[in-house]
Design a protein around this ligand. Structure first.
Ligand SMILES: [Zn+2]
Ligand SMILES: [Zn+2]
Length: 101
């Protein structure tokens, strides 16, 4: 599920993948690719960062600046930049991919 966060106060906006992206796919041979995306705040950049917590490369640090990420429990309610309430839209995956694999 893709979430779009928008702050009407400072203009911050970003899109993040959350949860398990392969939910609707058949879980036969894809077990090794299982991923779980969670949201974190990078205090240094004052922005949201999503990370695959099941990935072996996940260290709990921001990939771009190496600062420690702060995990968000669930969906963020405030803007990481200005701490005002943030608007959340869920972007439902459209029935876009109808091609058989
Ligand atoms: Zn803001
Ligand atoms: Zn960062």
């Amino acid at each position: 599920m893709l979430y779009r966060f928008k702050c009407t106060f400072c203009g911050y906006q970003s899109k993040h993948l959350l949860g398990t992206p392969d939910m609707d796919q058949t879980l036969t041979d894809v077990n090794t690719e299982f991923a779980e995306y969670r949201l974190f705040v990078c205090k240094k950049e004052s922005k949201l960062v999503h990370e695959d917590v099941l990935s072996s490369s996940f260290t709990g640090r921001c990939p771009s600046d190496g600062s420690k990420l702060v995990e968000i429990d669930g969906i963020p309610k405030v803007c990481p930049a200005c701490n005002q309430p943030i608007t959340v839209d869920i972007i439902k995956p459209l029935a876009a991919d109808s091609t058989a694999e």
